[in-house]
Design a protein around this ligand. Structure first.
Ligand SMILES: [Zn+2]
Length: 473
C-alpha cells in the first residue's frame, strides 16, 4: 500500500437488477417496454388499497448469492417501508429490508498487484427499484424538467453492501469484476442483458466526513468516479476547506462527480414494518436445496485449474472469465494437450471475440468446431495463420469450419508442393539469394515471405525457411 492510499476508505453499495419474469411485488412483466409506463399496475404505482405479493423466486436468487458470498443466512424474512417523498416512488415509500437482511457478515477475496485482500460483506438484502427519471435537456442538476417512467418501478434488486475495506479505486474495480463473475456463474446476471449493476460509493480520506457518490454504472466507471472524488477531496483538504457529509452524482459524460444534496441519515427515512407482506421462513430444506444448486465458483475453478492443467495463471483467468469457455476447455482437453487448447482459446479465439465485441457464449461457436481446429493444429495440418482465418469466419458467421477449410483449401501444403515452390522462388529471386550469400541474413525473410504468399498461407513458415536455407547456402 502506498502512502497515498493508506488514508483512503471506500465502501460500496451495489444494486443488482434481477432478470425475473415478473416484478418483485406484482405480476407486471419485468422487462424493458417499448413505451413509457406500459408495464404498470395499481400495485407498482402504489394506488390506494392495492396489495403487494412477494415473488418467491427472488428469495431463491438472493439466498444463492448470500451463500456464494459466504454470508450468514437469516431465516426470518420480512420487509419494511422506507418512507420518503420523491417523484420516482409514487407510493411515497420503498419496500426494502432494513432490520434483518437475508444475509450478513460475508466476504469476498480480491487480488490487486499480487496482493490478496479480504473485503467484508456487511449485508445483502432485497428491495424494489424505483421508477426511472429522465432529465430533459441536461443532467440531474441543470435540466429544465424531468419525466418519470414507472416501467422500472418494482424491478427486484439485490443490494450488496461492503464494509469500508477498499483502500484504492483499483480494489473497488477488482471487487466489482469478481462480484459480476460470481453472479454470472450463479446465473443471476448476464453482461449481455439489459439488466444493470449499479453502485453507490462512500468515500472518506484521513478520517474525514463520508461523501456518497451515487449511480455509477460499470466497473471501469467506478474506478474513474472514485479517482476523481479522491483527488477532489484531497484538493479541498490542501486548501484548508472542510469536507461536509453529502451526496454527489457521478456524471459519466465528464467523468466527474457533482453535488446533489446534503446527506440524509438512516433516521431521516422513518422505517416501519410493512404489514401487507407476510413473514417468510427459510427452513433447512429450502437452504439445502439452494446450496446444492450452487456451481463451482470462479475462485474454486481457478484453484482447481492451477492444480489440474499446469497452464499459466493468465490463461486460467481468461478461460474462467466465462463459465462456458472454461467448460468447453475441459471437454476438449480430454483428448488434446491443455497447453495447446488453452493458448489457442485464450489467444487467437479470445482476440477474435474481443475484436467483434462478443462473449464466447454470444458467438455461438460449437464445441465440435473448436475441437476440429485444435485437431488440425495438433496434427500440424494447418498453419496458425489459416487457423485464425477460420476462427474469424466462424465467429462472424457461425458455420462448420470443416466446410471453410475444404472450400478454401486451407490445409498445409504437402512436402513436395513446398519443395517445388521453394525451387521456383529461389530461381526467380537471384538477387536476394546473392544478398544472403554475401552475408545479409535478412534476405531470407524476403524469400520466406514470397513462398508464403505464393502458397496462400498454406506453407509452414518454419519449414519454408529451413528448405530455402538448405537450398541456397
Ligand atoms: Zn405492477
Amino acid at each position: 500500500m502506498t502512502d497515498q492510499e493508506a488514508d483512503v476508505m471506500i465502501g460500496l453499495e451495489t444494486h443488482v437488477q434481477l432478470d425475473t419474469n415478473t416484478k418483485l411485488f406484482c405480476g407486471c412483466p419485468n422487462e424493458e417496454a417499448k413505451k413509457p409506463n406500459e408495464n404498470v399496475c395499481p400495485v407498482c404505482l402504489g394506488h390506494p388499497g392495492s396489495k403487494p405479493r412477494f415473488n418467491e423466486n427472488v428469495l431463491k436468487l438472493a439466498t444463492k448469492t448470500v451463500l456464494a458470498l459466504q454470508c450468514d443466512i437469516n431465516n426470518d424474512v420480512f420487509f419494511s417501508r422506507k418512507t420518503y417523498f420523491y417523484p420516482d416512488m409514487s407510493k411515497n415509500y420503498q419496500i426494502t429490508q432494513y432490520e434483518i437482511p437475508v444475509g450478513e457478515k460475508g466476504e469476498l477475496k480480491i487480488e490487486v498487484e499480487d496482493k490478496e485482500r479480504e473485503i467484508g460483506i456487511k449485508r445483502l438484502h432485497v428491495e424494489e427499484d424505483p421508477a426511472k427519471m429522465k432529465h430533459v435537456g441536461g443532467s440531474i442538476s441543470d435540466s429544465n424538467y424531468t419525466k418519470v417512467d414507472y416501467n422500472r418501478a418494482g424491478t427486484p434488486l439485490l443490494e450488496i453492501v461492503t464494509e469500508p475495506d477498499f483502500r484504492s479505486p483499483q480494489e473497488a474495480r477488482e471487487y466489482l469484476q469478481q462480484l459480476a463473475k460470481i453472479l454470472q456463474y450463479l446465473e443471476i446476471y448476464y453482461p449481455e442483458s439489459n439488466f444493470a449493476i449499479k453502485t453507490d460509493a462512500n468515500i472518506s480520506i484521513e478520517g474525514g466526513e463520508k461523501v456518497e457518490v451515487k449511480n455509477i454504472t460499470g466497473t471501469s466507471e467506478v474506478e474513474k468516479a472514485l479517482s476523481y472524488e479522491i483527488s477532489r477531496q484531497k484538493q479541498m483538504e490542501r486548501r484548508g476547506r472542510e469536507i461536509s457529509q453529502h451526496t454527489r452524482n457521478y456524471n459519466a459524460d465528464i467523468s466527474a462527480t457533482e453535488k446533489m444534496r446534503e446527506k440524509e441519515t438512516e433516521e431521516d427515512y422513518g422505517y416501519i414494518f410493512d404489514p401487507d407482506l407476510t413473514r417468510q421462513e427459510l427452513d433447512e430444506r429450502f437452504q439445502q436445496e439452494i446450496r446444492s444448486s450452487i456451481p463451482e465458483l470462479p475462485h474454486e475453478k481457478y484453484e482447481r485449474f492451477q492444480k489440474q492443467y499446469g497452464i499459466s495463471d493468465k490463461m486460467i483467468e481468461s478461460l474462467i472469465a466465462e463459465q462456458q469457455m472454461a467448460d468447453d476447455f475441459e471437454q476438449i482437453t480430454e483428448d488434446y494437450d491443455p497447453e495447446l487448447v488453452g493458448s489457442w482459446m485464450t489467444g487467437k479465439l479470445r482476440k477474435t471475440l474481443n475484436y467483434n465485441e462478443l462473449t464466447y457464449k454470444e458467438a455461438e461457436v460449437e464445441l465440435d468446431w473448436i475441437e476440429y481446429i485444435i485437431e488440425l493444429l495438433e496434427e500440424d495440418r494447418i498453419s496458425d495463420r489459416n487457423a485464425e482465418k477460420v476462427i474469424r469466419k466462424i465467429i462472424e458467421n457461425p458455420q462448420d469450419p470443416k466446410e471453410i477449410v475444404e472450400n478454401q483449401d486451407l490445409l498445409k501444403a504437402e512436402e513436395d508442393e513446398v519443395d517445388q515452390l521453394v525451387a521456383q522462388i529461389v530461381g526467380d529471386n537471384q538477387e536476394a539469394v546473392e544478398d544472403y550469400r554475401s552475408g545479409d541474413e535478412e534476405a531470407v525473410n524476403f524469400l520466406v515471405g514470397q513462398v508464403m504468399q505464393e502458397s496462400e498461407g498454406k506453407a509452414d513458415p518454419k519449414t519454408a525457411r529451413e528448405k530455402i536455407i538448405q537450398k541456397i547456402k
